[in-house]
Ligand binder design. Sequence first.
Ligand code: MN3
Length: 270
Amino acid sequence: TSSLKKNNNQSLNIYFMTTPNKTNRRKFIAQTVKGGLAVTVGLSAAAPLLQSFTTNKNFVPGGFNTGFDQQPLPYAYNALENVIDAMTMEIHYSKHAAAYSKNVKDAAAAEKVNMTEPLEEVLSNISKYSAKMRNNGGGHFNHEMFWQCMRPKRENNAPTGKLLASIEKEFNSFENFKKQFAEFGKNRFGSGWAWLYINKEKVLTLGSTTNQDNPLMDIAEIKGYPLLALDVWEHAYYLKYQNKRADYIEAWWNVVNWDYVAERLHSYDI
Ligand code: MN3
C-alpha cells in the first residue's frame, strides 16, 4: 500500500494548497476515504489537518469517515472459512448489508441529507432523523466497520504494541478482555452488536447495543468512538453455528483484524 499512501497524501497536499474552502475540503475527504482501509491508513499523516476542520469531536477524529455507498469487501467471501462460511459472508454482504446501504440512501434523499458528508455526522445527531435513518444508517455504518474488523485467520491472533498495552491496562489481560467482550455479545438479547470503544473520558470500554444502534449515536445506550465491532444478529452466524452464538464469538477471535483496531485507536489518540 506504500504507493497508495504516497499518492493519496500527495493528492491531499495538492488539494489543500489549491482549495482552502472548508466545505469542499470535507467533501473531498469524504470522497477520498470511501476507498476503505488502505486509503484511510494512508491519510494518517494528514490526520491533524483532518481534525482541524472536524466540527464534532465525537466522530471522524482520524479520518475514518464512512460514505453512504457500500465499499468492496476487503477479502473474498470464502477468506474467513472455518470461522465464517462463504455462504454466510455472501448473503450477509450482498443482501443484508447491501439493503442497509440502499435504504439509508433512500432515507437520506427523503430527509435532505448531504451524502457527501460523512455518515458519522448523521449518526451523531440521529435523534433528529427518522427510524428508517437510525436503523439503516446504523446498519450501514456497523457493517462497513465490521468487514474491516476482520481478516483471514491467523495463528495466535492478538493485538500488539500500544493497543495491547491499553487493553491490558483496562482489562488486566487480553484473555480477560476477550472474556468480558464475549459476555456482552452473548448477553445481548435478540439482535445487536458488541463493541470495544473509547468513552467520553477517553477510556477503553466494552458494551453492546440493540438492533443497529452504535456508540456514535446520540441516543445509544453507550456513547463513544468505536474501535471493534461484532455483529451478533443471527444472520451473521446461523448457517454454521445455529443457536450457538458463544461458539461463533469464540471462533471469531481468530479473524479479528487487530491492525485495523490499532489504526482506529491511533487515529483517535493523536
Ligand atoms: Mn449483520
